[in-house]
Each structure stands twice: as C-alpha cells, then as structure tokens.
Design a protein around this ligand. Structure first.
Ligand code: KIV
Length: 289
C-alpha cells in the first residue's frame, strides 16, 4: 500500500506537472549556461530522473540538470547493482525524461558494457542516447576512458566523466566504499580528473570521496565538478531522486539527506534541495566524509 503522505505527494506531482503552462518559463539550460554558472561560482543542482512526470516537476522546481542514471537498475528495477542495465533501458527512460522536460539539461548514463570495448561501440550507443533526447552522455572510468571521451567529443557528443566510486566497478572495488583515502589514491584521482578534462569532458561527477579530495579536484579542474558524497566545495551536487525523497527502503549512505522530511510536498522538497545546493548549505559535514 502507498503511504498516505506519499500518495498525497503523487497527486501533487500530477498537479504541478499539469499547471506548468501557467508558470513562468525559464531559459533552456545549455552547456554554455552551465559553464557560465561555473565561472560565476553558482552551484549546479542535479538530480536523477527516470520518467516524464518527475522530469516536469524537477524542471519546474529549478533543477539545472536531470541525470537519467543507470541507478534506475537499483531504483526502478530492484536490482542489487547497475550492471544489468541495458542500452534499451537507457534509451526508453531518456525518451520519457525528454518528453516531460522543457528546460533542464539532460545527461544520460552509458550503461555497463556499452562503451568500454572501443570508441566506435561507445559512439554507436552514445548516438542512440542522443537520439532519445539526451544532451550529454555520462560514462564511468579513469585514464583508460580518455580515448573514448575524446572520440565522442570530437564527433559532437558532450561527455560527462565519472570517477571516484564508480558503481559499475562495484565488484572490482570491493563494495561501495569511500575512495581516495590515501595519498596515492588521491594523486590517481587528480591525474584522472585532469586527463579526462583535457580529453574534452565538459562535466565531471565525483562520487564518494573525502570532502578535502572533492575540494582539491574542483580547484584543479577548469570544468564543473558535480559531487555525490564528495563534500560541499564541488561546483554542484547530485543525489538519487528517490533517496532524497526518503522513498528508498535500503540503508542509505551518509551523504544522502531526506528533503521531503521537512516539506509538505515533493515539489517543495525539490525546491529546498535546489536552494540548499545553490546556497552551499548542502552537503554539511554530517553528509560528508
Ligand atoms: O546512476 C546514477 O544515478 C549516477 C549518480 C549516482 C551520479 O551515476
């Protein structure tokens, strides 16, 4: 059974989406506007999004970037990890998000096995995601991925890189553990970040590292760094939508905050999240490492 508070919020979501016609439209977010936000020090608010209804709500609530994350494997499909998510799954959910969105920037994840083998394979699958409505693709990987990033960027596909805890490598990493805990690991992360930016990545997601590492990577890079469990000093923040609405039933990592707990409705919770990211109030030290 759906709890009453959640049911009420689902109705509210529908109302928000329905009323969008009457709301003031914001200008579409582009790669240029993200770069301008970064240049003037404005934090970038990112949430995962997997469907049209939530895309409309998040867009109307001021979220800058909608990430069609392969976390949909966990969140929507009930899988233990993201490894089984397919390109078809990502195409379907990217199409849904693109239909509901008007002005946010849409990033779609390249799922496990869709890019690692060769730049050509990566291009074929990235092109499918762009045709589905993505504005940018995201891929996990360090130095080995720089050739793939360059290949895509040279062919007109904006790329967001993702380092630190990379969930597609969960078995190789020995679980969902904080990365960058010693000097050698920090140096490796800094080098990977710089090489990916030099290869043309226009955004970098940095996941599950101590706040001091988040600060250092952000300081060194010319591109926006979007942190998730990487401290307050990144250029922006991302959370999994269902986590920050308190809907996830499994144990959540320390960096997650439930924004619905002190809000009357989902759109209000999302606006609080956007405000807390923009002001630098989220994450605080209780949500950092
Ligand atoms: O798939 C996803 O949701 C992600 C975020 C955790 C950054 O990659």
């Amino acid at each position: 059974m759906i709890p009453r508070k959640v049911a009420g919020n689902i109705a509210n979501v529908a109302t928000v989406a329905h009323n969008r016609g009457g709301m003031t439209k914001r200008k579409a977010i582009t790669l240029n506007s993200l770069q301008e936000m970064h240049a003037r020090g404005e934090k970038i608010a990112v949430l995962t999004c997997y469907d049209a209804l939530f895309a409309a709500v998040l867009d109307a609530s001021g979220v800058d970037v909608l990430l069609v994350g392969d976390s949909l494997g966990n969140v929507l499909q009930g899988r233990p990890d993201t490894l089984s998510v397919s390109v078809e799954d990502m195409v379907y959910h990217t199409q849904c998000v693109a239909r509901g969105n008007e002005s946010a920037w849409i990033v779609a994840d390249m799922p496990f096995g869709s890019y690692q083998e060769s730049p050509e394979l990566a291009f074929r699958n990235a092109a499918r995601l762009m045709k589905a409505g993505a504005h940018m693709v995201k891929l996990e990987g360090g130095d080995w991925a720089t050739g793939i990033v360059r290949f895509l960027v040279d062919r007109g596909i904006p790329v967001c890189a993702h380092i630190g805890l990379t969930p597609q490598s969960v078995h190789a990493l020995g679980g969902y553990r904080v990365q960058g805990r010693d000097d050698a690991a920090v140096q490796r992360l800094l080098q990977q970040a710089e090489e990916l930016a030099a290869a043309g990545a226009a955004l970098l997601v940095l996941e599950l590292v101590p706040a001091a590492v988040g600060r250092e990577v952000t300081k060194r890079l010319p591109i926006p760094v979007i942190g998730i469990g990487a401290g307050a000093e990144c250029s922006g923040q991302v959370l999994v939508l269902h986590d920050m609405l308190g809907l996830t039933r499994s144990k959540l990592p320390r960096f997650v905050k439930n924004f619905l707990a002190n809000a009357g409705a989902i759109d209000e919770a999302v606006r609080h999240y956007v405000g807390a990211v923009k002001s630098g109030a989220f994450p605080d030290t209780t949500h950092s490492y």
